[in-house]
Design a protein. Structure first.
Ligand SMILES: Cc1cc2nc3c(=O)[nH]c(=O)nc-3n(C[C@H](O)[C@H](O)[C@H](O)COP(=O)(O)OP(=O)(O)OC[C@H]3O[C@@H](n4cnc5c(N)ncnc54)[C@H](O)[C@@H]3O)c2cc1C
Length: 458
């Protein structure tokens, strides 16, 4: 019997300092929680049950996999520790982004992942926003979805060459992206600080928790089983089955997929050790005068700029601005975090009135050190039929949805489409706590660079 649970897991001191959530900025405090329709009614796992594919984690990745498995006729059961969307999927900014982080353009992906996987991942990501909006339409998910486009405004003139190159790379893959001129960028964003912008019209925004709950409902409707309040405490390999233990029940599965993002809590320490957690704050302002929408993001796009500590913002259906980002400081107070991001926005959008943090919350994402998606083998043998997947690099909503679909096609054996992400062994970082420390140093240093670049660009 192989036991891969790691009892007694607790974050290191450095993780606590750099990534620990503020207790007052919880899931329930979010604007999305206040406004999303209820999810499907479910019950915790009790007694012993069996399934073909056990999925641990009820976020976009888990539910997209479960939905597409169920549609392919494969029995899937999702175990979620809390409720659908309790992780990053219910707390993010709601941007639907069909590309990868700045710096991870198609040529880099091909260099890092090899020609074939690089190309497959870029194709998957490029089409991912279309998939999200298509699922929303097909399953009638009420989530305030707007396919109004995603823009990445450029904060220095030096970056314009990069912008042209980025556009050319994605266009060579058939993506309908565009480079916007300075005048267009200023009009689109409402801010004079920008010099141009990348536009992907297939992106947009939505209520992320409502989307996650809707995906969960669609998966259940298609025949997947879902148990909430069912934290998996241990996974064990027994013969040719996986045995998952929760507080009240046991699930026996032929195959196992962990989609726990940064919050697995030690179920698979090696796989979890490949990622480092990043805590992000989110703020929704008070409702503003709707007339302001004519001068700030007039086409209702979502925007995230090219700064290292990027500025990201969007409107909600009831005329609030949602923004957020990294911690104000690793040791910052919750009150400071609430105003820090609104102040940054106000500086570049002077037409806005004083912004108040009507809602503030935070979430944790996980990223591998190279920000690439991963599909990692669990267990000691290649034939163990257990994997851990992450597809979050800060722009994970569309990518996790798309990867879930591909994983389902792969697990159901019903497609000739090649898996875009290679199956690898976990490659944990040698001293995981150092990743958090490095991040705490990275932040102030890169803020200085951003400030210097903006000053030069004026
Ligand atoms: C504040 C913030 C803003 C972001 N903004 C954006 C954005 O605008 N656009 C974008 O594309 N991406 C954004 N992201 C990233 C995006 O939210 C994530 O990439 C995506 O939600 C990850 O989905 P997931 O399913 O992999 O993980 P999660 O949504 O984190 O789901 C993991 C689930 O696993 C459950 N779990 C953990 N351990 C166990 C266990 N032992 N047993 C059972 N269940 C368990 C958790 O409760 C959780 O619900 C943001 C992230 C954050 C935190």
């Amino acid at each position: 019997m192989t036991k891969i649970a790691h009892e007694g897991y607790s974050p290191t001191l450095f993780e606590r300092l750099a990534a620990a959530p503020h207790p007052s900025l919880t899931f329930q405090e979010s604007f999305w929680h206040a406004t999303a329709p209820a999810g499907p009614r479910t019950i915790p796992l009790e007694g012993e049950a069996e399934t073909d594919v056990a999925i641990v984690g009820g976020g976009y990745l888990g539910f997209s996999t479960a939905l597409h498995l169920a549609e392919a006729g494969v029995e899937a059961t999702v175990l979620e520790a809390d409720e659908p969307g309790f992780g990053a999927s219910g707390r993010n900014t709601g941007f639907v982004v069909p590309n990868l982080l700045t710096g991870l353009d198609p040529t880099v992906m091909r260099r890092e992942m090899g020609d074939e996987h690089g190309r497959l991942i870029c194709d998957m990501v490029g089409q991912s926003a279309e998939l999200v909006f298509d699922l929303i339409r097909r399953h009638g998910i009420a989530c305030e979805a707007r396919q109004s486009g995603w823009i990445q405004p450029v904060h220095t003139p030096e970056k314009l060459a990069w912008l042209e190159d980025r556009v050319a790379q994605w266009r060579s893959l058939g993506r309908p992206v565009q480079a916007l001129s300075r005048d267009e960028a200023v009009y689109e964003t409402g801010s004079e600080v920008y010099h141009g912008a990348f536009l992907d019209p297939t992106g947009g925004h939505l209520n992320p928790l409502a989307y996650c709950r809707g995906l969960a409902a669609a998966a259940v409707q298609a025949g997947a089983r879902l148990h909430t309040n069912s934290r998996v405490r241990e996974v064990q390999r027994q013969g040719d089955r996986w045995r998952l233990t929760t507080d009240r029940g046991t699930l026996v599965a032929k195959r196992l997929l962990l989609t726990t993002n940064s919050t697995g809590g030690g179920l698979a320490p090696k796989a979890e050790g490949t990622q480092f957690p990043i805590t992000l704050f989110q703020v929704a302002s008070q409702p503003l005068d709707p007339a302001l929408r004519e001068s700030v993001l007039p086409r209702d796009r979502s925007a995230a700029d090219t700064r290292k500590e990027l500025v990201a913002y969007r409107w909600t259906w009831d005329n609030r601005i949602v923004t957020g980002g990294l911690l104000a400081s690793p040791f910052g107070s919750a009150e400071r975090a609430k105003t820090y991001h609104l102040d940054r926005l106000q500086e570049m959008l002077p037409q806005l009135p004083p912004l108040e943090p009507a809602y503030a919350w935070q979430g944790r994402l996980a990223a591998a050190r190279d920000f690439m998606p991963r599909l990692m083998r669990l267990g000691e043998r290649g034939s163990d039929q257990g994997w851990s997947a992450i597809a979050c690099n800060g722009r994970g909503m569309a990518m996790t949805t798309a990867l879930g679909r591909r994983l389902a096609l792969w697990l159901s054996g019903g497609s000739n489409e090649k898996l875009p992400v290679p199956v690898t062994d976990p490659d944990p970082v040698a001293v995981p706590s150092l990743a958090s420390v490095a991040f705490s140093v990275w932040l102030p240093w890169n803020r200085r660079i951003d400030r210097a670049e903006l000053k030069r660009a004026k």
